[in-house]
Design a protein around this ligand. Structure first.
Ligand SMILES: NC(=O)c1ccc[n+]([C@@H]2O[C@H](COP(=O)([O-])OP(=O)(O)OC[C@H]3O[C@@H](n4cnc5c(N)ncnc54)[C@H](O)[C@@H]3O)[C@@H](O)[C@H]2O)c1
Ligand SMILES: O=C(O)C[C@H](O)C(=O)O
Length: 350
């Protein structure tokens, strides 16, 4: 190719935008041909507090070859910024509903942090009114354009948005329970950190299973199953359980109206997405906690450890032995979860 042509292609994005198309897409297409091998990943809500650091960290992930950044605002700016990072993934931006289908077509993993966050005094359920509709619309897009993609759902209230997504996929005839995962990784990340503090260990050496759901008492850390094996006094158990359950509220209050956890969430989301991609690649023994369709309890959805493989959550693990404190916590968690799940299901079925 002549130097003049090459330069024209590489600077296409600097020309006035073509209202019919996406100038950024045209800009990147020429680079995509030389892209590294890996998976195609979309982030929906990529310009938000979680979305931006998540996009940056996914651009750094060597398992990602193509990264689609979709939002209803600011997607071009975030895309231009992230696309200058000298890592392998090719980045494309998509702005607003007319570009949702292009953002989703061909994707293998779709991460959804779109939606409003809490302010002090709100529960996650207070977000239902706005976020339920956002999740419904985005999942309809997934069902149409990439029905085989694995979905990592972050938007709150996760205990209801995952059932909403499942109903949307059922309606479209594309539902595969193994491929729909509610992201509860931040609860595990917090639990590892707080338990490590109490034990005087490096958090990277600590593994705390957190089961149930992702709101208040539905977040149930299994402190009797911590690795490395250890024991806690009743006071330590009470302190740790409450701190893990209230971790989100701790951040919401500290941010004082400026939103909820974004940076630790982006870290947790990437840790979880990376596990999903390693599973897709066929790595053995990839196990993380997630809120999934489940037969572990009488509820249709429940968070436990799952084994991630080529087709998603291929194995859902049982709870294992619980102590008396955890058995009482489980009953409380199930009561609240049942209501939140039903609320999500009836939002679509009504
Ligand atoms: N699962 C978890 O552990 C966890 C942790 C933290 C936050 N969250 C939740 O994640 C969500 C996002 O939090 P945030 O702090 O990034 O909020 P934010 O307001 O900073 O960002 C949300 C983004 O979503 C975008 N958006 C809104 N409607 C959209 C649509 N229809 N399509 C695409 N994008 C859309 C907004 O434009 C914005 O850029 C909230 O619901 C929050 O409660 C979940
Ligand atoms: O607490 C929130 O509202 C956000 C998120 O669910 C969290 O756990 O930090």
């Amino acid at each position: 190719m002549e130097a003049r042509q090459r330069i024209a292609r590489l600077t296409a994005h600097l020309n006035p935008p073509n209202p019919q198309g996406n100038p950024m897409l045209e800009q990147i297409n020429c680079r995509a041909k030389g892209g590294s091998p890996g998976f195609k990943v979309a982030i929906l809500g990529a310009a938000g507090g979680i979305g931006q650091p998540l996009a940056m960290l996914m651009k750094m992930n060597p398992l990602v070859s193509v990264l689609h950044l979709y939002d209803v605002v600011n997607a071009p700016g975030v895309t231009a910024d992230i696309s200058h990072m000298d890592t392998g993934a090719v980045v494309r931006g998509f702005l607003g509903a007319p570009q949702l289908e292009a953002a989703l077509t061909g994707m293998e993993l779709v991460i959804i942090p779109a939606g409003v966050p809490r302010k002090p005094g709100m529960t996650r359920d207070d977000l239902f009114k706005i976020n339920a509709g956002i999740v419904k619309t985005l999942c309809e897009g997934v069902a149409k354009c990439c029905p085989n993609a694995i979905v990592n759902l972050i938007s709150n209230p996760v205990n209801s948005t995952v059932p909403i997504a499942a109903e949307v996929f059922k309606k479209a005839g594309t539902y595969d329970p193994k491929k729909l995962l509610g992201v509860t990784m931040l609860d595990v990340v917090r639990a590892n950190t707080f338990v490590a503090e109490v034990l005087g260990l490096d958090p990277r050496d600590v593994d705390v299973p957190v089961v149930g759901g992702h709101a208040g008492v539905t977040i149930l850390p299994l402190l009797s199953q911590v690795k490395p094996p250890c024991s806690f006094t009743p006071e330590e158990t009470e302190y740790l359980t409450k701190r893990i359950q209230d971790g989100g509220t701790e951040v919401v209050q500290a941010k004082a109206g400026a939103g909820s956890a974004t940076l630790s969430m982006a870290y947790a989301a990437v840790k979880f997405a990376d596990a999903c991609l390693r599973g897709l690649r066929g790595d053995a023994g990839v196990v993380e906690c997630a809120f999934v369709a489940s037969q572990v309890t009488e509820l249709p959805f429940f968070a436990t450890k799952v084994r991630l493989g080529r087709t998603g959550a291929e194995e859902v693990y049982q709870l294992g032995p619980l102590n008396e404190y955890e058995r009482a916590g489980l009953e409380e968690a199930k009561q609240e979860l049942a209501v939140s799940i039903e609320k999500g299901v009836s939002f679509i079925k009504k």
